[in-house]
Write a protein that binds this ligand. Structure first.
Ligand code: ZN
Length: 146
């Protein structure tokens, strides 16, 4: 893989690494732009042309759809992965066997990196929490007033 710095037009090995010429590290909204100027999106001659245009002072301003395409490509595929059926059964066992708090811990742990899997963990954990809470409240009420 090779890339062109979207700021100075210098050549670098990967789109998201610091530029050896201007030291810019693509962050936030610049990351998709940086990816667009890599061999993942452009061929060698297009990269060369882009480099020349940036060196001449042009500021890259890719369209929203190009930025969206880049953002999708930057997202590692595992981020979209859901929990496997085995993991779901394991999570149910954990919730019922230990405590629904373990399900919440799994949800919390996944929420930043795997939003779909985190949402699944929550969908499994919340009903168990409701049933557990009902049982506990029922037990307390019968002990106090029974
Ligand atoms: Zn640069």
């Amino acid at each position: 893989m090779s890339a062109v710095c979207h700021r100075c037009g210098g050549t670098k090995a990967l789109p998201l690494v610091p530029c050896p010429f201007c030291n810019v590290i693509p962050k936030g909204d610049e990351r998709p732009v940086a990816w667009l100027f890599s061999s993942a999106h452009l061929d060698e001659s297009e990269l060369k042309l882009a480099s020349e245009r940036i060196r001449l002072g042009e500021t890259p301003d890719p369209s929203q759809s190009l930025r969206a395409l880049a953002a999708r490509n930057l997202q590692p595929t595992r981020n979209n992965q859901t929990l496997t059926p085995r993991q779901q059964i394991g999570l149910i066992a954990l919730n019922v066997g230990l405590t629904p708090l373990s399900g919440l811990a799994v949800w919390w742990g996944l929420s930043a990196t795997r939003p779909r899997a985190a949402h699944q963990a929550l969908r499994i954990t919340v009903p168990v929490m409701i049933v557990f809470s009902a049982v506990w409240i029922g037990l307390i009420v019968t002990r106090l007033f029974g």
